[in-house]
Design a protein around this ligand. Sequence first.
Ligand code: ZN
Ligand code: ZN
Length: 248
Amino acid sequence: MQCVCRNPGRRGDGFRGAFTLVELLVVIAIIAVLIGLLLPAVQAARAAARRTKCASNLRQIGLGILSFADAHRGRWPDSTHTSEADPDTGGFTRAWIYTVAPFMEGVDEVRICPDDPLLSDRLRLKLTSYALNGWLTKEPEMRGDGPGFDNLRKITETTRSIIAFELSEKRGDSVFGDHVHSFMWFRDANKQAGTVYDMIDLEVALKRHYGEMAPYLYADGHVETIAAGTIRQWASPPWQTPEFSKPR
Ligand SMILES: [Zn+2]
Ligand SMILES: [Zn+2]
């Protein structure tokens, strides 16, 4: 009895209070299991935080775009189709993000999505992860898709009209993209061929964020985070009228 009280360790005086190798391995195994359980939760929380940051970027950019339009009788900033390439960088310094830069604070803090695979290229070339809705450019008229919405005043339902998307990295030239060709997505030929969703997927980062979602900027300045599955529904029969990507 006396011995047990003085030496609670099993091996006697020399090992009093020490772990055996087996005990140490058990402790390590328990810690490993705990890390294994916690890691996915930590990663999910960080991915959700990046999704929130991206939506917040788009919201601030929206304020810049709307301030620009306000100061220019409703006109949207020009897209790269109406700008010149910068001879030094090959980038488009007059892409709309820099046209609206004077109307916002810290454009460099918000012009890139934290999950953008082209992050470093877009940072360097002074481009953005976000794309103007092609319906806001002169392009649909030029391509024979009907009159566009090249002025804020042509949009009556601002709360239901998307003005900017998150740009996909899938198109070959997408690092230079600053608008999406939304006016072409719902053409009859694409509907008949069943390729509407694929067309959208090529230009918009539908699944970039945690939960397979992406943020969408509306003409009243609010941002909605929409699941790719919802977009797929809107891009499949029976066709939504009007199509979700067309301002109204
Ligand atoms: Zn993003
Ligand atoms: Zn274009």
